[in-house]
Every structure is written in C-alpha cells, then in structure tokens.
Ligand binder design. Sequence first.
Ligand code: FES
Length: 136
Amino acid sequence: MTYDIYREIILDHYKNPRNFGELENPDIKAKDSNPLCGDVIEIQMKVDAKGIVKDVRFNGQGCAISRASASMLTELVQGKTLDEVRAIGKKDVLDNLGNPDLGPARIKCALLALKVLKVGVYSYIGQAMEKDADLS
Ligand code: FES
C-alpha cells in the first residue's frame, strides 16, 4: 500500500476509533502518558480462563498517530492469547501504521499504546503468578 493509503487509514482510525470507551470490570487496566506532550492512553481488557482476550477498549486523549495506533492495536489483540499479545512488538505497530517516517517525538506517540498494553499484560501475569504461589 502506498503512504497515502496508510495516511487515510490513520485518519480513519483517528476519526472513528475502534473499541473506544470503557469496559465494566476489566481484568486488565493500564494507563500511561507520553512524557513529551502529557497525552494519556488507557487500555482495558477482559481475559478468559484460557488467557484469551475476549474484549478490549481504549480511551484517553492523543494526537492522530497515538489514537490511530491505539485503535489498531485493540483490533490486533482481540481474540489473541496473552502470550501472543506479549509477542507484539514495535515493528508490528509501525507496520500497522505503514512505517511512516516518524521522528523521535512522533515515535513516542506511535508506541504509547503498545507501552500501555505491555504494562497491563505484564502486571496481570505478575498478579496471576502471585495468586498461584499463594495456593501452593
Ligand atoms: Fe501527544 Fe502524540 S502529541 S501522543
């Protein structure tokens, strides 16, 4: 796809963000801000007993890149196992955005949602491990 098509896709996700909002009683909830601008993204997820993402939402404020990136990420994680979610990396996010030529500041915008996602998943896994340890 050409850069123009990606630009249109980014604008579409920005104007019509997918999975935007909040979940009732999410299993995973994490929030972080871009230190350069103060914009905040929160991601919430419902995870079943097999560790599969059953539902996901994001909310917060950000620029077109950060919001589109968060919106695309929610589509990517839906239905995946937490192991698969953990494997999502910077390259996947930038590929989704069409690998635009972003400077260091804009890269932070693009990766904010991924950072939030990782914090949420790792703290959920950490809590689950603690719970298992209590049972043994
Ligand atoms: Fe704030 Fe992009 S300018 S997240």
